[in-house]
Design a protein around this ligand. Structure first.
Ligand code: ADP
Length: 588
């Protein structure tokens, strides 16, 4: 169920992240275009305000000043967000057939005679020509343009007046003259553009954009760059917008039709369109804004966000999968443990039942006085003693087994001398087994110590020696070989206990380490035992970081080998002589 659900969830999540990314890309694209349009509006509005406010009317031109112009000027200065954008306002008209230049003096509030500044001097021949045409009876060219001169805004003198009493403006005698507004380009580049760009393209918690402004006529002319890496390539920009739509007249560069422009970019008439009624020429824009997402492009930003989202959601899914697998594994383990515990209790009860039954029936017979013969009473006594000892041993083993289960059996950890442990294990095993035992020992000299619990290790070795005697051959031979070996660059101690018994059938080998397992022969011959011995040996050895293996072939005896890691102190102990080394017993 979960195996189907999780991949489905993954697929859905993948698709969903894809959809979210597409929506996010659309949203960002829309937002950046809106921001570019707002940038355009804000900039052009600022220029338009100055242009409208500072244009000179016929009366002001004639008088050199007027209350109305002063008032408009003051209002503009006080209300414009950036009056610094205008460096100078000039008035060019004619006097006695010659060009006259006057400059607005903000202190005295009048146009005063001024020397021709360099920026206007360059255009003087063109203005002279205009004056000559005007004198020859032609109307002034309303489209006079100072082409390529970004800092100048030019408007011909208005040749109509607005009479509040009349419903339409009244035309007056045509006048020759132009209002010329010189913009402070330095201020615009260094203050105005950064300010507006920052307002529209830098969101403290959101996306950041690089902004560049280039001349529309000449893309190589860079007006402004928010950062040096900001792209100047139209094709790489996420949005472009033409702005600064004040040609001030004159044929501009060829106007690009709407279809040429990227959607959403500025093909909108600038305010100057309204300033020149009747002029059907489409407005064009001096500058072009290029906006690019700080990560290179919107696509890159969205792809990055998508990768992050995918990584997070798949990470969560992976976490979920791993938790489910772990949960399943641990619940299965808990089940297995519970099962083992039940089997363990059943096994103990079964094993305890036999001696108890024997003891009880013997005791019953004795108490009922059924047995009169002293010899038989003795035999009963021996039986009860044997069974009681068996009971005691069994209880002892069960306690040891339970101790190992709870991890207590190998709590003590100290440096142990293997030879000493083996000696005491042999001592513990032989009195039970009686006499006539042949013990053959090969113990390597200078064995490294091992770390662990001496009592537990002793009981493990004792179990193996006792088994060799119980199940070994009639010659009562037990071989004990202890060697030091190197295993994967670590030093280990190998203790092999062998016998000359009938061996263990291959079918029983995989089970002999299971708790309560007893071989068929042991059961048939009614050899004393609980089936816990080897299981205990294995647990003790594993708890010491080692392993126990068995090599046995029916008819040729068995060999149990305990391999224990040597203590780190082995470095100080000389190596084992080569002639004592024996090949490790094979697993079967
Ligand atoms: P127990 O000796 O109480 O039966 P163990 O766990 O020590 O329990 O041994 C499990 C079984 O493994 C034994 O019943 C016996 O069949 C088999 N076994 C153990 N040691 C030997 C051996 N040295 N030779 C033959 N069989 C053995």
């Amino acid at each position: 169920m979960l195996l189907v659900l999780l991949p489905t969830l993954a697929v859905l999540q993948y698709r969903w992240v894809g959809q979210v990314s597409a929506a996010e890309r659309d949203r960002m694209q829309r937002n950046v275009r809106i921001a570019a349009a707002q940038f355009h509006d804000e900039f052009d509005l600022e220029i338009a305000r100055a242009f409208l406010a500072l244009q000179v009317g016929p009366f002001t031109a004639r008088e050199g000043s007027s209350d109305r112009y002063s008032e408009t000027y003051d209002t503009w200065v006080n209300t414009a967000p950036h009056p610094q954008i205008v460096a100078n306002t000039y008035l060019i008209d004619s006097e006695q057939g010659r060009l006259r230049l006057r400059r607005w003096d903000p202190a005295t509030h009048e146009f005063t005679m001024a020397p021709w500044p360099g920026i206007l001097e360059r255009w003087r021949p063109q203005l002279d020509q205009e004056l000559a045409s005007f004198n020859a009876g032609q109307l002034p060219d309303r489209r006079l343009a100072f082409r390529g001169e970004d800092s100048l805004l030019v408007a011909p003198l208005r040749s109509f007046v607005v009479n509040p009493a009349a419903s339409t403006p009244q035309t007056v005698t045509p006048l020759f003259g132009f209002s010329v507004i010189e913009l402070d380009l330095q201020f615009i580049r260094q203050q105005l553009l950064p300010e507006i760009a920052e307002r529209h393209f830098t969101h403290p918690d959101g996306d950041m954009y690089r902004v560049a402004v280039i001349a529309t006529d000449d893309p190589h002319e860079v007006i402004y760059r928010s950062v040096p890496e900001a792209t100047l390539d139209m094709a790489r920009a996420d949005a472009t917008e033409q702005f600064f739509g004040f040609r001030g007249g004159g044929p501009g560069p060829p106007f690009r039709p709407r279809s040429d422009r990227r959607p959403g970019t500025g093909d909108r008439r600038g305010p100057d369109t309204d300033l020149r009624p009747g002029d059907q020429r489409r407005p064009d824009f001096r500058w072009t804004l290029l906006v690019q997402h700080q990560s290179g492009s919107l696509e890159a930003a969205v792809a990055g966000a998508r990768r992050r989202n995918l990584a997070i959601s798949f990470g969560i899914l992976l976490l979920l999968t791993v938790s489910i697998v772990l949960l399943a594994a641990s619940s299965r383990r808990a089940q297995r443990l519970a099962q083992q515990q039940i089997e363990f209790v059943a096994g103990i009860s079964h094993e305890l039942r036999t001696p108890i039954t024997v003891i009880r029936s013997a005791a019953e017979n004795l108490s009922h006085g059924v047995i009169g013969n002293v010899d038989r009473v003795k035999r009963y006594g021996v039986t009860i003693e044997t069974q009681a000892r068996r009971l005691g041993e069994m209880v002892e083993r069960v306690l040891q087994y339970a101790g190992i289960e709870s991890g207590r059996a190998v709590a003590a950890r100290s440096l142990l001398d293997v030879e000493e442990i083996i000696e005491s294990a042999i001592e513990g095993a032989t009195p039970v087994a009686g006499s006539g035992i042949v013990l053959e020992r090969h113990v390597a000299s200078a064995l490294p110590p091992v770390v662990g619990d001496s009592a537990a290790l002793r009981s493990a070795i004792q179990n193996l020696v006792a088994n060799a005697l119980k199940y070994g051959g009639s010659d009562r031979w037990v071989g004990i070989r202890v060697t030091q070996e190197r295993e994967r660059r670590h030093s280990v101690v190998r203790i092999t206990i062998s016998d000359h018994g009938p061996g263990i059938p291959a079918s029983e080998l995989p089970h002999i380490f299971e708790p309560f397992y007893r071989g068929a022969d042991a059961v048939n011959r009614q050899v004393e035992g609980s089936g816990l011995g080897l299981s205990l040996v294995q647990r003790i050895v594993v708890a010491h970081g080692g392993r126990v293996t068995v090599s046995s072939r029916p008819g040729s005896g068995s060999a149990f080998t305990i391999t224990l890691p040597a203590a780190a102190a082995e470095a100080r102990v000389p190596a084992v002589p080569g002639d004592l080394r024996t090949p490790a017993p094979t697993h079967q």
